[in-house]
Ligand binder design. Sequence first.
Ligand SMILES: [Zn+2]
Length: 325
Amino acid sequence: MNSFKDTYSQLQMIFTRKPEMCPYCGANHIIRFGKYKTTHRYRCMSCRKTFIPITGTAIYYIHKKHKFLQFVSSVNEFGLKSIIKTSKEFNISTLTAFDWRHKFLLSMPLENNSLYRDLGVNNHENKYSQKGRRGTKVFIKSNFQNKKLPDSNLIFFAADYVSKAKLINIGKLKPQFVSRAFNDLNYQKFNLITTLDHDLVNQAIKTKICDLINVVPSRALEYLSLQTLDKFGINFSDHIKKTMRGVATKYLSLYANYFRVYFNRQKYCLSEYMKKLSTWPEYTQMEKFYKTFMHNYSEVKYNNPTKRKWKLWHRFILCNFEYVY
Ligand SMILES: [Zn+2]
């Protein structure tokens, strides 16, 4: 746990550590290339771009860096507070508070999906929401019969604790959507335990997982992993409704991943949040990926695009945006 006093030394540490790879292209052949203020500048021998240790991290392009670390430290200790409360506490605009929150959420370390013998998988439904988006009109794609707002589907995985949450589609669950959740799992021998429809899961994993041993449909709570998922689902719904007062579907998987860490009672140290070199490009390209997601996996039409623009986002090559969409 970090106290506020530590953030100065933490900031210095984050600024001076040697990057392991190029934040732009991911190559690991990098050399020192002069100085930048109190730290070194580096150059990638593959794409020739130069960068400093914080390039691409959550703190990149943040003016009040020290304050941002205090914010991260505070969330780590006390959990997320409302945008209004955050803006007052740190004396920043609500837009900055909004940016900081989502940069923090994107910077959270991800679980390495290692091997479990019994892996539980379940779906969690949330009504499609455009909370906070300007322009409130929602258009349902014409091939969608039921004109009510559809649910967004989050697939959760759990063994002893919840290891993954992924937003797979908006609307009816179909095998091709469910299979998206299995994309980056380790396909070793394990028992897949679920209360989801058997045919649906079988079709979804047919081409993806070769070593499926068992899918058990009923008697969910006899299984530890499904108990964990059940408890997590109830707590997450509660968190969204009561604490967050609703979450926009665009950000749902970010909150699910945050809540997963909170629920598992994991703690990270401050510098771990500043390790992910794709936080800033993910943040600035989120709308682009959301648009693609809505186009491919939603029964609701993509509309009311956000107008905000960031310079230089196109310098970064992003190939893995799996966990958000
Ligand atoms: Zn590079």
